[in-house]
Design a protein around this ligand. Structure first.
Ligand SMILES: O=C(O)C(=O)C[C@]1(C(=O)O)C=C[C@@H](O)C=C1
Length: 355
């Protein structure tokens, strides 16, 4: 993808790019007080939702158009850039007409190709060049996320970024939305020049998790953070548990450790060589295991045995777990590997017995 920088003029390119502001614009006063607080902490991009897709009817659905005027006041009074969420054709037209600098597409919208296409068409119609930030779809589907990016790109927008806000799940014990970091990591691998902004407020769903998730995002070399900030979080009309004051935000940002060195040293090159060699060994051992598994498949075919042998699989899991523990390996990690190997082994044997 031939993408252009999402950095607007006057914003420096040092990581992390910070976007902050309330979940929702509630009143003009709340918007202005929060914006002033953030501007005084050096924040350059102000976010506020004015059209809010709510899980259930009856929740606060945003102030609508009126909020665009408040955002304009923020621009004039503080000099910050402003961004809001758009979910349909009218939102795009209104937001662009009111000089909103950056648009974002929410997670419920990016999960719906019809809605994303409608937005893409509207962007083309009004000639908005971006930046447009595309949140991951609520469901952990990388292709759907890439599809949304492509739709916006095909509308002629070149200033595109993505926001990782985690993935919805039934289990909300620790996180509100599971980070599933492998998905944004794979996206970054496929489209390396696509800026990746992390939303620790929505991933964590709790104030206490914002600092650690932000640090994690920086350690994973993500480009920016979008964090919900409110002048009076406890009284927020939406998502109050995950909003923080501008002071707390500033405190968290000051504590972030940014690892920025890109150069590789001789000792790192040497260690990477060792990894290359070990990976080559791993591959040949894996290939050997698959050959043996195929032989067993042949045996099962000849002796009319079912492919899946749960007691043997169970024995393998238990034995390897004991070994792994002795070696100081993480058991969850080992289990994932063994499951993947077993799944592939079973798949290959099914092919053989059905030949
Ligand atoms: O032991 C077997 O029967 C195998 O085919 C090997 C294997 C494995 O790959 O570990 C594969 C399938 C069975 O469910 C159990 C184990």
């Amino acid at each position: 993808m031939d993408l252009q920088s999402i950095l607007l003029s006057g914003i420096n390119g040092r990581r992390p790019l910070i976007i902050a502001g309330p979940c929702s614009a509630e009143t003009e006063e709340q918007v202005i007080i929060t914006a002033r607080g953030l501007a005084s902490k050096g924040i350059k991009i102000f976010r506020a939702g004015i059209w809010k897709p709510r899980t259930k009817p009856g929740g606060f659905e945003g102030v609508g158009m009126e909020g665009l005027i408040w955002l304009n006041r923020v621009k004039k009074e503080t000099g910050m850039y402003v961004t809001t969420e758009v979910a349909n054709h009218n939102h795009v037209v209104e937001a662009v007409e009111h000089d909103i600098d950056i648009l974002w597409i929410g997670a419920r919208t990016s999960a719906n190709p019809f809605a994303v296409q409608e937005i893409a068409n509207a962007l083309k119609l009004v000639g908005f060049e971006g930046p447009v930030l595309i949140k991951n779809p609520v469901n952990p589907d990388l292709e759907l996320w890439i599809g949304a990016i492509e739709r916006i790109y095909n509308a002629g927008v070149r200033k595109i970024g993505v926001i990782h806000r985690g993935f919805s799940s039934y289990d909300k014990k620790l996180y509100r939305n599971l980070p599933q970091w492998h998905i944004p990591i794979e996206l970054k691998r496929r489209i390396p020049n696509l800026p990746l902004i992390v939303d620790p407020s929505h991933i964590g769903g709790k104030r206490e998790l914002i600092a650690s998730l932000s640090q994690q995002a920086m350690d994973l070399n993500c480009d920016g953070l979008i964090i919900e900030a409110h002048c009076n979080p406890d009284e927020a009309w939406s998502d109050k548990d995950q909003q923080i004051t501008p002071d707390v935000l500033s405190y968290i940002l000051n504590l972030l450790v940014i690892r920025d060195t890109k150069q590789t040293t001789e000792s790192l090159t040497e260690l990477r060589q060792q990894i290359d060699e070990i990976d080559a060994e791993l591959l040949s051992v894996l290939a050997k295991r698959m050959r043996i598994s195929k032989e067993i498949g042949q045996y099962k075919k000849e002796h009319n045995m079912p492919v899946l042998q749960t007691s043997r699989y169970d024995e393998i899991l238990i034995k390897r777990s004991i070994q792994a523990e002795e070696m100081g390996m993480e058991l969850g990690f080992l289990k994932k590997i063994l499951e993947a190997i077993h799944e592939e082994s079973v798949r290959q044997q099914i092919e053989i017995v059905n030949q």
